[in-house]
Structure formats: structure tokens, C-alpha cells
Write a protein that binds this ligand. Structure first.
Ligand code: GAL
Length: 442
């Protein structure tokens, strides 16, 4: 369902979070076996004496991702200076490797103190339903988070009305980054919005000049599905796009077929090494001017900042998607039976604070999940993203786990790989529809 901006912003009053750090209550930290599904939840407001270390699990290892994570760690360390942080990040864009490794740990009762999760379906299916996450109702109340996250973000952070994750950053997934000098030298003008027709005209111009127009790094399994979902959104518009995730019959519309055809056409402009590159490698091609565009999320801007290449980059919404904001929101969980429950709770207090989110956003490439932060010091890119978020229609990302169940996401990933190898429009469409139907029937 498309989330209207009023709904998203409802309740986003300018309440500041309570100070970070240990509370003075003498309540004792509870201890249950790490990651034991169904064990008595560790109290989310746990307070007491910090343990020696805090282990945080994520997939943030690229330049901008690691720089952003360091800012969150610094915010935690400011309130817990004696605690050593174990950064258990597993490389792989979109969490493809990390999520698999994490499942092994959770199933073996080896939960870290906190792990990264997308909001929405991923949180619900992979972590809450199996009983790995402790509820955070009390922590939310203590920190005033119900008033500082938009209602749409709160909804996606919760299962049956109970919050299970602390959102830290909100990325826009439907952004088309481009090399400004390359466009200029080829006589291409990119305005504030871009139609699909104008995009393909620009692609043809670049192709004639011998330059790959579309940089893709589909060694990361999310990259091509993200290009596809952005194209679906551009052709269908936000309402019909959102309906796809709730009603499998919507996959048989003419608009879906048109979007797949447009996606197939885009694949004709790729960098020849796309299968060998990751998303950040593809972004680097654009920064270097050896490819024209890359359709990616805000985190690409964090990559440009980390490499000092941001001055070469322009941006516009993915063709046809102006007025829509594909939300890709990361948060951190509290496990049932955290090994270091006092530290875990303090980590979440820090990560949810306005200070930490303001420090994190410019490096990671995202806007804060909180809406009560001062964005005046942000770079022009983040100011653009933050301003658009207040007016655009928010829609979920399937490539990043929020829109559909993990099995539907995986089916689309697999079908997309097959489509790149052998682009048959009807097979692709029908395979996805079948996966959506199977999930709805399960
Ligand atoms: C997304 C995640 C972002 C970014 C991106 C590339 O799934 O939400 O924070 O890290 O993957 O790895």
C-alpha cells in the first residue's frame, strides 16, 4: 500500500530523545541463552553495569557504509567508553552474505548483541516470527521514539503493533546518479525530472559515443532487481506499483509487461563487466566518467563522498518516478537473550538518538529515520532527499526486503538473473506472478 506523506509525517513532532547513556535504576540485567527462540525476552529497558563488549552485526563494509557505522559506534562509545565494540560486519551489498551467515548464528543460538535488519517483511519473516527479537515497547516509550519517527516508519518497525527494531537511516532507492561532465560533453541535459523516453535518448547518445550508459554491478544480487523495481515504479506509478506486493493478480497487467520491456531495453546499455562488479564498483564507473548512469539508492552518494568523487555526480529520480520515494530503511534489533544486554540496550539508545543519526547520515548516504533533526548542515544531495521525502509518496522496496516475503524476493532475484541471461518477457512476468501467488496461498 502506498503511504501518503501525511500518514508518514503524522506524529513526527519535534521531541528530542532522552539523553543517551546508562540510566541509574538498579534493575538487574537479565540473562538468557543467546538467540534462543522462545526464551523469555530480555527486558528492553535493561539497565545496570555494562559488560566488556558489544557485538554488532551488519553488512556495512563499503566506504560510505563503514564510515557511517563508525559514527554510530562513536555515539555508543561516548556513553559507554569502557565497552569494546566487536564489528561483526559481513561484506556483500544488500546483505546477501550477511543474512545467510546471521541465520546460521541465530539458529545455533549464537546471536550477536544487535543486528541490522530492513524494516517491513524482512524484519517480520526472518527475525520476529521465528522468535529471535525482543520487543522494544518500553525502550520506545523511554526514548520518546513514537513521536519522532514518522507513522509509516513506526508501522514498518512493528509487528502486530509491537516495535522490534530501531530505524537509523532512510534511503531513497529510486535515484539515477550520473556523471555531469560526461553528460555535458555529449550534449545531454538532465533536468529536475526525466522521462523514460528522454532517458533512452540519452542512452543512445552515450552508446553512439562508445560509452556504456547504464552502470550495473550485479555481482550483488540486489542490483538488477533494484533497477527493475525502479523501472516498474516509473511505468506503473506508486499506486499500481504498491498493489503488486499485496495482490498477485496485478502482475498480469499490461503495465508490468511494458516495464519488463523497458527493463530489457536498459540491459542493452550495460557496462560489459557488470557481472563482475558490485554496486559500489558500478558507482565508481560513473564517478570516473566511464559509464553514464547508475540507478541506485542514497548509499551510492555515501560511496561518492567516501571516495571524494561527489563533485562529479549529478542526480535525478529514476525515469518516471518523480514524486515517489522508494524507502530503504535500516534498523537494529534487540535479540532475545542478548549476550550483553546492558550494552545492547545502550547501543540502541545511541543508534536511535538524534545526535547519532545526524552524524551517521552524511557519511552513510541517507536521511535520518527521525524527522526531528536539523538538516541544515547536510550536503545538497541529502537536503534534496530530505525535502522530497516530505512531499513524495513513499513506497517499499522489494530488492531491499521490505515489500514482499523473503521467498518472493528470492524468486524475483533468481528470475532476474535468468532474464539477464535470456531475456524472455513473458517467462519473467509469469515466474514472478507464480511466486507471488504461491506466497499468497501459503
Ligand atoms: C541496502 C541497505 C543499505 C546499503 C545497501 C548496499 O540493503 O539498506 O544500507 O547498505 O544495501 O549494501
Amino acid at each position: 500500500m502506498a503511504t501518503n506523506r501525511r500518514t508518514l509525517l503524522k506524529g513526527a513532532a519535534a521531541l528530542a530523545a532522552l539523553p543517551i547513556g546508562l540510566k541509574t535504576s538498579a534493575a538487574a540485567a537479565q540473562s538468557t541463552p543467546a538467540g534462543t527462540p522462545g526464551a523469555t525476552p530480555t527486558g528492553p529497558m535493561v539497565v545496570g553495569t555494562p559488560e566488556a563488549s558489544l557485538e554488532v552485526f551488519s553488512w556495512w563494509t563499503s566506504g560510505g557504509e563503514a564510515a557511517g557505522l563508525d559514527k554510530l559506534f562513536a555515539a555508543f562509545s561516548a556513553g559507554s567508553p569502557s565497552v569494546s565494540i566487536v564489528n561483526a560486519a559481513v561484506a556483500g551489498g544488500g546483505g546477501s552474505n550477511a543474512k545467510t551467515a546471521l541465520q546460521t548464528r541465530l539458529q545455533g543460538g549464537q546471536a550477536p548483541d544487535s543486528w541490522q535488519s530492513h524494516l517491513g517483511k524482512e524484519l517480520q519473516s526472518l527475525y520476529v516470527s521465528p522468535g529471535y527479537c525482543a520487543p522494544m515497547t518500553d525502550l520506545y516509550a523511554e526514548q520518546g521514539w513514537n513521536s519522532v519517527f514518522p507513522q509509516g516508519v513506526l508501522d514498518q518497525s512493528s509487528v502486530d503493533g509491537v516495535p522490534y527494531v530501531v530505524p537509523v537511516g532512510n534511503h531513497r532507492g529510486n535515484v539515477l546518479f550520473y556523471n555531469k561532465a560526461l553528460m555535458e560533453s555529449n550534449g545531454i541535459t538532465i533536468g529536475d525530472t526525466l522521462t523514460l523516453d528522454d532517458f533512452f535518448t540519452a542512452c543512445d547518445t552515450l552508446k553512439a559515443a562508445g560509452v556504456p550508459a547504464v552502470a550495473l554491478g550485479d555481482r550483488d544480487s540486489f542490483a538488477a532487481p533494484q533497477l527493475f523495481e525502479n523501472t516498474l515504479l516509473g511505468v506503473l506509478g506508486p499506486d499500481a506499483y504498491s498493489a503488486l506486493w499485496n495482490d498477485p493478480t496485478q502482475w498480469s497487467s499490461d503495465g508490468v509487461t511494458q516495464a519488463i520491456e523497458a527493463f530489457a531495453k536498459m540491459l542493452g546499455y550495460l557496462n560489459p563487466d557488470h557481472a563482475a562488479l558490485t554496486w559500489d564498483g558500478a558507482a565508481d564507473l560513473v564517478a570516473a566518467g566511464t559509464a553514464g548512469f547508475t540507478s541506485m539508492g542514497d548509499w551510492a552518494y555515501g560511496q561518492f563522498v567516501s571516495k571524494g568523487t561527489e563533485a562529479s555526480i549529478g542526480w535525478v529520480t529514476h525515469p518516471g518516478t518523480a514524486g515517489s520515494f522508494v524507502t530503504v530503511i535500516d534498523g537494529f534489533t534487540l535479540p532475545v537473550g542478548a549476550p550483553d544486554p546492558v550494552n545492547a540496550a545502550n547501543w540502541l539508545r545511541a543508534a536511535g538518538s538524534a545526535q547519532a543519526q545526524t552524524a551517521f547520515a552524511p557519511f552513510k548516504g541517507c536521511i535520518p529515520a527521525r524527522t526531528d533533526v536539523d538538516a541544515s548542515s547536510f550536503n545538497d544531495y541529502l537536503k534534496w532527499s530530505a525535502a522530497d521525502f516530505t512531499t513524495a509518496t513513499a513506497v517499499p522496496s522489494n530488492a531491499h526486503g521490505s515489500a514482499a516475503a523473503p521467498q518472493v524476493q528470492q524468486a524475483i532475484f533468481d528470475a532476474t538473473i535468468a532474464f539477464i541471461v535470456a531475456p524472455d518477457v513473458e517467462t519473467y512476468r509469469a515466474t514472478i506472478q507464480q511466486a507471488a501467488q504461491d506466497d499468497a496461498a501459503s
